[in-house]
Design a protein. Structure first.
Length: 219
C-alpha cells in the first residue's frame, strides 16, 4: 500500500506543478497573447507522444488535464461520465466545430501573431470554463473524454506500451477501475492469460498497477 500511495503522491505532485503552470499561462496570456501558441504546441506534442505511448500525454504532461485531476477532483461529485461524450459522433462534432472556428479566426486575424495568439487564449479560456462546469457537475475528466487533442491522440495510438492484465491473478475487485482517472475498467479485459487493455482512452498512468493488491496489472 505504501508503494501505491507513494506512486500516487509522486504523480499528484507533478500534476499540481503543471496545473499552476497552466493557470499562469492562461492568466498571463491575456497580457501577452503570444503565449496562446501554447495550444498548437500542445497539439503537436500530444500527437507526437501518442504515436508511441497512446494517450500518455493526457496523464500529467497535459497541463489542463493535470489541472482537472489535481485541483478539480476534490470538488467534483465523481459521477460516471455519460457514454455519449466518448462516442465517435460527439467527438467528431466537437473537433469539426473547434477546427472550423480555429480556421475561420486564424484567417480573419492573419498575419498578426498577437491577434492569433489572443484567439487561442480566448479558446483556451472558454473550453476550460466548460471543463470546470462539467467537473463540478459530473467528473473532473469529463472534458478530457471529448477533448480534441485527446481524441486525436486516441485515433493515432498504435497500441504500443499497452496495459496488461493477468486473468489468472485478477479477482475482479474493481480497485483498478476506482482509481482510473478516465473510468476505464481494466478488469473487464481479463482472460486466462495476460491480456492487453485495448481501451484507447487508457492514459497509461499506472495508478491501477500500483493499486492492484494481486499485482495482476503491468505496463
Amino acid at each position: 500500500m505504501a508503494v501505491k500511495n507513494e506512486f500516487a503522491r509522486s504523480r499528484l505532485r507533478r500534476q499540481v506543478f503543471f496545473a499552476f503552470v497552466f493557470l499562469a499561462i492562461l492568466a498571463a496570456g491575456w497580457f501577452y497573447p503570444l503565449l496562446g501558441f501554447f495550444i498548437p504546441a500542445c497539439m503537436v506534442l500530444g500527437i507526437g507522444i501518442a504515436l508511441f505511448r497512446g494517450r500518455k500525454w493526457c496523464d500529467w504532461f497535459c497541463p489542463r488535464g493535470s489541472f482537472f485531476d489535481a485541483l478539480m477532483k476534490p470538488v467534483s461529485p465523481l459521477k460516471k461520465i455519460p457514454g455519449f461524450f466518448k462516442g465517435l459522433p460527439f467527438r467528431i462534432g466537437v473537433i469539426a466545430f473547434l477546427m472550423g472556428m480555429m480556421t475561420l479566426q486564424i484567417t480573419l486575424r492573419w498575419p498578426d501573431p498577437g491577434r492569433i495568439g489572443m484567439f487561442f487564449i480566448i479558446l483556451l479560456s472558454v473550453t476550460t470554463a466548460i471543463g470546470i462546469i462539467l467537473a463540478f457537475a459530473v467528473h473532473p475528466r469529463t472534458w478530457c473524454s471529448f477533448c480534441p487533442i485527446g481524441s486525436m491522440n486516441n485515433w493515432v495510438d498504435r497500441q504500443n506500451y499497452l496495459l496488461k492484465i493477468d486473468g489468472a491473478s485478477c479477482t475482479k475487485c474493481a480497485l483498478c477501475a476506482k482509481v482510473c482517472p478516465v473510468q476505464v475498467t481494466p478488469y473487464d479485459f481479463r482472460q486466462e492469460t495476460k491480456s492487453p487493455i485495448t481501451d484507447r482512452d487508457c492514459l497509461r498512468c499506472g495508478l491501477c498497477v500500483s493499486s492492484c493488491p494481486k499485482k495482476a496489472l503491468e505496463l
